[in-house]
Design a protein around this ligand. Structure first.
Ligand code: C2E
Ligand code: CA
Ligand code: CA
Length: 736
């Protein structure tokens, strides 16, 4: 039987109870069998099951085996009244809902029943709707209670879990009240900071913070109520309590996250703070190590370039403020490369470490010694009154290295070159001061090493040009900026070209042509000359081969070699190899060297010259007469010709006026050497030379050095070279 109210009740019951309808067992206790039969009809719903009995005794018997959601209890029963069952239920802590159904209309009975724990009271004869409402209501309430109970059980479990998590957390977890005082802190505080939890209660959080860090949390924790309501994160150092009253307490670095506690009401006030502090000391230590490595040199543990620059910039700013002075020293170990190359890198490293520690020992607290890399050190003297102060330190630095350093392969005496730049005199920036100290150091290197020197602005420009030139020269070969020009050597009597001298040219992309006098010496100093000479040799041979292929037979070709080339072991082999590769006749080839070569290492140079000569190659002494003029070497060294230096030719005025040239021609004749006069610019010089017995000449009178194309023209029509000479001779002749 379905009643009109059915739909109104059921869904509501199910939804609000939060539990599924499930099955409801209902016990009907009434001595009237007809009622017992009609109730199930009236109250039937899916999921409801009905049991029935006629006495309290029977009811208890059932209840002992069965659990019910609801009992419909007649008030008056044969063995006792319904109150007895209510008492039984209470005694047995049962949670069945009970609706008393009774003909008693005395209000006392109803009140007594409700007091004893009945949930509702329905009077007989009942209205169906009334009964249905009572039953639905009781079942609903029961379901709610059950759900509540379950929820609170779950809550308890969850709270236990959270408490466990908080209490055993490796992080420091706490709550503060609105005044920033502890209201809770987890036990971790003992292990981490050494405090008892109880001792911290009601104490301000700020008492744990290291004084230096207090301003970081200014206001955040002491007054959470002023927070904007968002979480925040700060890094702090917390005091570690070690008992006693030591003020120098150590600390633990933590990363603190704070979340304001906000009221649920509309005003959303901040009433406290949840805090989680994580110990990040380990991470901090790792960071510090990484930072140290970024700012220090691995080998010596001295500050590196970055840190030095940083400190220098700071010192400059300070000096600026108090209009003070400071000094930067650039220290470079002399001949360090030699140690490295001779004894190996391990010894080199040991030497650098030893030097670093000696240098450190000479400095005061506050000075910074840094290693820039390699064998370069810098010193910052942040506070000096006059240049002499820096001088004193520089002298100490040189002295500190006076005693030999013991390395595993023996004793080594290290010296250094020291350059000094002063602020503000020599520069206003870290970069400038360091560079100028470097320039000064470089000057020391050039003038004998093992000394100190102050920066001199005049030297700077030259130094800068020189450095730029060095750098450009390194790339000149690769960029194909070098070229050879050729100048003829002519026999005036035979009116022919007897030789060509190859002269090096550098077409600098910005500076234009740079004369060899400027860059050859630089190339020698920076060790590029070998490469350049090899290029010259190759280029000259290629040129002769090209001419020959074009049907032009070139005369003897001379190239200039530097003294450095003769220190190379394989110089002879590389010349003969090149000639051979281009199938050139060694007779047609000459090298020009200066007298200075003969002074260096006589035996090995003599041997090389002999090899060249026996291979058929000519050797000329260039600039003859300007050097040592020790004729003895002409006996020792197998040269083939002499080139009279330009300076003697320039001084020629009349046929007999130059005793040096007469001497040179005499020597040449005596040693059976060819003779070439250089720098012949006018006819008068040419005539004087001829009168002195010198026939072969080279100079502007005949031709200026010119590119290969022009040289080729001379080779095919050599008469052109004598045009100027003939013209002046004619004039001279006429004049006579
Ligand atoms: P050097 O070997 O004595 O070369 C002769 C120099 O005199 C050349 O200068 C040439 O241009 C110049 N000259 C020639 N005739 C006259 C003249 O009538 N009057 C005047 N005033 N000068 C004349 P350049 O080409 O500037 O070379 C200068 C020096 O550079 C050379 O002197 C030589 O020592 C060196 N050099 C040139 N090319 C090379 C090279 O390929 N290798 C090496 N190692 N040194 C070279
Ligand atoms: Ca020459
Ligand atoms: Ca010369």
């Amino acid at each position: 039987m379905v009643t009109p109210t059915e739909h109104a009740f059921r869904p509501q019951t199910e939804r609000t109870s939060g539990v599924e309808a499930g099955t409801f067992r209902i016990l009907i206790v009434d001595d009237d069998p007809s009622l017992r039969r009609t109730f199930p009809h009236v109250l039937a719903r899916p999921g409801r099951h009905f049991d029935e009995c006629g006495t309290i005794g029977e009811a208890i018997e059932r209840l002992e085996h069965e659990h019910y959601a609801l009992i419909l209890l007649d008030y008056r029963l044969p063995d006792a009244n319904g109150l007895a069952l209510l008492d039984w239920l209470v005694d047995h802590q049962r949670d069945e809902a009970v609706i008393i159904i009774s003909g008693e209309d005395a209000i006392d009975a109803a009140i007594a029943a409700l007091r004893r724990g009945a949930d509702d009271y329905v009077r007989k004869p009942y209205h169906v709707a009334q009964l249905q409402r009572a039953v639905d209501g009781a079942l609903h309430k029961g379901a709610l209670e059950k759900a509540n109970k379950l929820m609170s059980q779950r809550l308890k479990a969850s709270e236990r879990l959270h408490r466990y998590l908080v209490e055993s957390s490796p992080d420091l977890i706490f709550t503060l009240d609105s005044a920033g005082r502890f209201t809770y802190v987890n036990p971790r505080v003992k292990a981490l900071l050494g405090y008892d939890r109880s001792a911290l209660m009601r104490r301000p959080f700020t008492t744990l913070v290291m004084p230096e860090d207090l301003d970081r949390i200014d206001g955040l924790l002491s007054q959470p109520s002023s927070l904007p309501g968002e979480s925040f994160n700060v890094e702090l150092r917390l005091r570690r309590y070690r008992g006693g009253a030591d003020s120098e307490s150590d600390s633990v670095t933590v990363s603190l996250t704070g979340i304001p506690m906000i009221t649920q009401e509309d005003d959303r006030r901040v009433v406290g703070l949840y805090g989680v502090a994580r110990d990040i000391s380990e991470r901090k230590r790792a960071e510090e190590i990484i930072t140290f490595q970024a700012y220090h040199d691995q080998l010596t543990h001295l500050p590196n370039r970055v840190l030095f620059k940083d400190r220098l910039e700071l010192a400059i700013a300070q000096a600026q403020r108090r209009t003070g002075a400071l000094a930067v020293m650039f220290i470079d170990v002399d001949r360090f490369k030699l140690v490295n190359d001779t004894f190996g890198h391990a010894e080199g490293d040991a030497l650098l470490r030893a030097i670093a520690s000696r240098l450190s020992a000479t400095l005061r607290r506050g000075d910074t010694l840094a290693r820039l890399g390699g064998d370069e050190f810098t010193v910052l003297l942040p506070d000096i009154n006059q240049p002499e102060d820096a001088e004193v330190i520089a002298r100490k630095v040189l002295d500190a290295l006076g005693a030999p350093i013991s390395l595993s392969q023996g004793q080594f005496r290290a010296t250094v070159s020291v350059g000094i730049a002063l602020y503000p005199r020599d520069g206003g920036t870290a970069e400038e001061l360091t560079r100028h100290a470097d320039v000064a150091m470089y000057q020391v290197k050039r003038s004998g090493k093992n000394a100190y020197r102050f920066f001199d602005p005049d030297l700077n420009t030259r130094h800068r040009d020189r450095i730029a030139l060095e750098n450009d020269l390194r790339t000149a070969l690769a960029r194909n900026e070098l070229d050879l020009h050729y100048q003829p050597q002519v026999s005036v009597i035979e009116r022919r070209i007897v030789g060509l001298e190859a002269l090096l040219r550098w077409q600098h992309p910005v500076l234009g042509p740079i004369p060899p006098a400027t860059f050859v010496q630089v190339a020698e100093e920076v060790g590029l000359i070998g490469e350049i000479s090899a290029w010259v040799l190759e280029r000259a041979c290629t040129q002769v081969a090209e001419w020959r292929a074009a049907g032009i037979e070139a005369p003897r070709l001379s190239i200039n070699l530097s003294a450095h080339d003769f220190h190379r072991a394989n110089i002879v082999a590389s010349i003969t190899e090149c000639l051979g590769r281009h199938a050139l006749d060694p007779d047609q080839f000459e090298i020009e060297i200066t007298e200075s070569i003969m002074m260096d290492d006589t035996t090995s140079v003599a041997a090389k010259l002999r090899e060249l000569r026996s291979a058929g190659i000519s050797v000329a002494i260039d600039d003859f007469g300007t050097g040592y003029s020790a004729l003895a070497y002409l006996q020792k060294f197998p040269v083939s010709s002499l080139k009279i230096d330009r300076s003697f030719v320039r001084d020629l005025e009349g046929p007999m006026t130059n005793p040096i040239i007469s001497a040179i021609t005499g020597i040449a004749r005596g040693f059976e050497l060819e003779l070439v006069a250089e720098g012949v610019e006018n006819e008068e010089q040419a005539r004087a030379l001829r009168a002195l017995g010198c026939d072969v000449m080279q100079g502007y009178l005949f031709a200026r050095p010119a590119a290969a194309a022009e040289a080729r023209n001379w080779l095919s029509s050599p008469e052109r070279l004598f045009e100027a000479f003939d013209a002046s001779s004619a004039t001279a002749h006429y004049a006579n």
